[in-house]
Design a protein around this ligand. Structure first.
Ligand SMILES: C[S@@+](CC[C@H](N)C(=O)[O-])C[C@H]1O[C@@H](n2cnc3c(N)ncnc32)[C@H](O)[C@@H]1O
Length: 244
């Protein structure tokens, strides 16, 4: 099939999924998100970036799953968006394309970050940058530098809350997407949130199309100073999570 026709079909399919969740995704945004996914699939032939290379699943599990965070992200004050543990650029690249906000995509694995930098160049995303540091290290030099921190499939809720706290300016928010978190994870997360200066914001439960899973999207608002010095030393948040 003609490559352009194929891309047009993927764009139409993606937009139909987005419509079902009342996400306003125009053709150009959908096209750029599809282009990113196709670059990921191409790159994946020579390095391991993702398990999801089937186009139908990629539209839902990578692109739609990222764009589903838009209502929460848009509810945060305008400013830098930071994606912790971006991997192949999810959810950071679709959210950067959708919002046009200055964006920082961080991953501790340098070769992934190099690939993501290539995607940013290829897609000509103005104002997006990468960092190949652990987020705890990055936070030391970039305190209160963001108004929105996002993360998918990186760590448990208490760990993400701890990572995000020093990065967020007062009034900013952490937006996390999860499958179905356990009651233990939620209660440890709420405890960590109170220690790290957050108040619980919102929660939404969604089902992905075609039985591809459940999602819980949580927003925590950074409204106070943390009650402990953050970031703790590299690795400590994961090894000794707060609230456990
Ligand atoms: C399972 S992948 C998820 C990638 C992407 N967020 C997604 O949903 O497709 C988790 C990523 O988080 C990165 N990561 C884990 N802990 C990190 C940390 N402390 N700082 C920066 N990156 C981290 C890993 O290198 C890995 O690429």
């Amino acid at each position: 099939m003609d490559e352009m026709v194929h891309v047009d079909e993927l764009v139409a399919e993606l937009r139909s999924y987005c419509d079902a969740y009342e996400l306003d995704v125009d053709r150009e945004l959908a096209r750029r998100c599809v282009e990113h996914f196709l670059l990921v699939v191409e790159t994946n032939k020579t390095m391991n970036l993702t398990r999801i290379t089937n186009e139908h699943d990629g539209l839902i599990l990578h692109i739609l799953d990222s764009l589903l965070l838009l209502p929460e992200v848009r509810s945060t004050p305008y400013g830098t968006l930071l994606d912790i543990g971006t991997g192949a650029g999810y959810p950071g690249i679709p959210l950067s394309l959708a919002t046009g906000r200055p964006s920082v995509l961080i991953d501790s694995v340098a070769k992934k970050v190099k690939a993501v930098a290539g995607f940013i160049d290829e897609l000509q995303i103005a104002d997006a940058q990468v960092s190949s540091e652990r987020v705890e290290t990055y936070a030391r030099e970039h305190r209160a530098s963001c108004t929105c921190v996002v993360a998918r499939a990186v760590a448990g809720l208490p760990v993400l809350i701890e990572y995000a706290s020093p990065l967020l300016a007062q009034g900013g928010s952490l937006v996390v997407t999860k499958g179905v978190p356990s009651d233990e994870e939620i209660s440890a997360g709420l405890h960590a949130a109170s220690l790290c200066g957050f108040e619980f914001g919102t929660v939404r439960h969604l089902t992905l199309p075609d039985d591809l899973g459940e999602r819980t999207i949580l927003r925590f608002d950074k409204l106070h100073e943390a009650k402990l010095g953050l970031p703790r030393k590299v690795g400590v948040a994961k090894k000794h999570p707060l609230g456990a």
